[in-house]
Write a protein that binds this ligand. Structure first.
Ligand SMILES: Nc1ncnc2c1ncn2[C@@H]1O[C@H](COP(=O)(O)OP(=O)(O)OP(=O)(O)O)[C@@H](O)[C@H]1O
Ligand SMILES: [Mg+2]
Length: 506
């Protein structure tokens, strides 16, 4: 048998205070789609950064088609045919698709953009990646931007394609299309490695699965020899109880959040919210189902004071909320877990302590004139423990934390602020099964504590599990508000596509 396309042997990678990979192994054959699984912080992204030459391993060797290689930089890895689509895309927003593909190509002024655009069209046609080469990146949806990243790699004749949680930002349909493209690439002899927390996708799309736990490789197996139950056991190292009917009985109280006929614009100055009205009671989880870009982000932003609205009204506990004033929203008890945890949610270069402190520094509890640093540090350490955030030290910049732990830190800050209204946007995106369970449990506890919760998600399964009522948004409009027990996936799907409207229970 010929040597595997990729072989990583005994890879160890240490960061100050953390061993991210500890003797990890990975073998990937040409022609296969290989899923890399593991809990948050298991070392998946680190192992892939070693493969792409971003990190130099402390120990271990990498072989490509049986030949030992040592990358001095990512450039070497690109030359060797390795390419990665990072979870946070690296595209230049004002540039066109073609210009972005051209970036980094050698050839300087001699690059013929017209010819390149034609080649991009051909590639996008061949691989089913619908894309307009002349479009500018900022005009594209997240799914389309991901296609640009993939086209970039295809154009560079990438043989080993790595995707870090590629479907975390996609709608179910886009995810389906992406996997069709990946299959096509595998059939042409590429090796595709993808990281995900969605086990159903693994069972649908992967040929082979490698599981990491605590930086070590636990198992590599063929998809047909396993099932999701075993995968969970291997990842977590213990049995996880099956998601139960988390919802308790009806505990609805008085209306806390009231929104009446709100109109607002998006960043491009186009109408994003068109006459939106809804109300959320104490002890209620109100779900919003929508495909990205249909106004749900703007809805969260007008409530949190981050975006102005030009008519209508919003009140919390009967008190009108001052528009476009984040401090007024915080003071009224609105907490916010946004979808971009490292943009709006947390400050990447600040440490965990300062990030926890960001919204609380005015609190007299921490001193009126001089900051009681010790007291806050103790409080922060307590929060980190309570929300089981795992990190090397409170004083490390949070950008070093794994995705799941970032999310837990953000929730710790927002929930500990004792909100009246908690807005959570895709709160379990990128989280492993254990972390997903604990976040859902936290939300349920907030519900039981009589908070009004606005849960925005693309994941219908999550909404069915968690929400009391579900509203569907389409192009800035509420297509209908349905009590969960009356809703079906099919009906919600139709409404999300704008094909159906239902006037009930608003
Ligand atoms: N640049 C870094 N500096 C310090 N520690 C790091 C760095 N990158 C990762 N780590 C730590 O190494 C461990 C593994 O992180 P990694 O990002 O590889 O996990 P992961 O499996 O990708 O997790 P997730 O599913 O949450 O993305 C974590 O404890 C993380 O905090
Ligand atoms: Mg990761």
């Amino acid at each position: 048998m010929s040597a595997p396309l990729v072989e990583m042997k005994n890879i160890t990678k240490k960061f100050p205070g953390v061993i991210a990979n500890s003797g990890a192994n990975l073998v990937v054959q040409a022609g296969e789609i290989h899923a890399l699984l593991g809990e948050n912080g298991a070392g998946k992204s680190t192992l892939m950064s070693v493969l792409t030459g971003l990190y130099k391993p402390d120990e271990g060797d990498i072989y490509l088609s049986g030949e030992k290689i040592a990358f001095r930089s990512p450039k070497d890895a690109i030359k060797a045919g390795i390419g990665m689509v990072h979870q946070h895309f690296r595209l230049v927003a004002p540039f066109t698709v073609t210009e972005n593909v051209a970036l980094g190509l050698t050839g300087g002024f001699r690059i013929n953009l017209d010819k390149l655009a034609k080649e991009i069209s051909a590639l996008s046609h061949d691989y089913g990646l619908q894309l307009d080469p002349e479009a500018r990146i900022w005009q594209l949806s997240v799914g389309e931007q991901q296609r640009v990243e993939i086209i970039k790699l295809l154009y560079r004749k990438t043989k080993i394609l790595i995707l870090d949680e590629p479907t975390a930002v996609l709608t179910p349909q886009e995810a389906h299309d992406l996997y069709a493209t990946l299959r096509r690439m595998a059939q042409e002899g590429c090796a595709v490695i993808f990281i995900t927390h969605k086990l159903q996708e693994v069972m649908d799309a992967a040929d082979t699965i490698t599981i990491l736990r605590g930086g070590c490789t636990i198992a590599t197996m063929s998809k047909k020899d396993t099932d999701t139950k075993q995968l969970v056991q291997l990842m977590v190292g213990r049995e996880i109880e099956h998601k139960s009917g988390v919802i308790g009985g009806e505990i609805k109280g008085n209306t806390i959040l009231q929104i009446d006929s709100v109109h607002a614009l998006n960043d491009k100055g186009l109408p994003a919210l068109k006459d939106v009205s809804l109300s959320i009671a104490a002890g209620e989880i109100f779900g919003i189902a929508a495909v990205a870009g249909n106004g749900q982000r703007e809805l969260a932003e007008v409530i949190t004071g981050l975006r102005p609205y030009h008519s209508g009204s919003i009140s919390v506990d009967g008190n009108p909320l001052k528009p476009n004033d984040p401090k007024a929203s915080i003071d009224a008890g609105v907490s916010y877990v946004p979808d971009d945890r490292l943009g709006t949610g947390l400050v990447p270069n600040l440490d965990a302590l300062d990030n926890l402190f960001l919204k609380d520094y005015r609190n007299p509890r921490w001193g009126r004139f001089l900051l009681k640093q010790g007291a806050f540090r103790e409080h922060a350490a307590q929060l980190v423990k309570e929300f089981s955030v795992s990190m090397a030290a409170l004083s490390n910049p949070v950008k070093m934390m794994s995705g799941g732990n970032l999310q837990k830190l953000l929730l710790a800050r927002e929930i500990s602020a004792a909100p009246r209204v908690l807005i959570a946007v895709y709160p379990v995106r990128g989280l492993d099964i254990g972390a997903t369970e604990s976040v859902h449990k936290l939300l349920m506890e907030q519900r039981a504590a009589g908070k009004a919760i606005l849960l925005i998600s693309e994941d219908l399964e999550e909404l069915f599990l968690m929400a009391d009522r579900i509203a569907v948004m389409y192009e800035g409009d509420i297509m209908g508000i349905i009590p969960k027990h009356e809703a079906t996936v099919a009906e919600l799907g139709f409404m999300m596509a704008g094909a159906k409207r239902r006037e009930v229970g608003a």
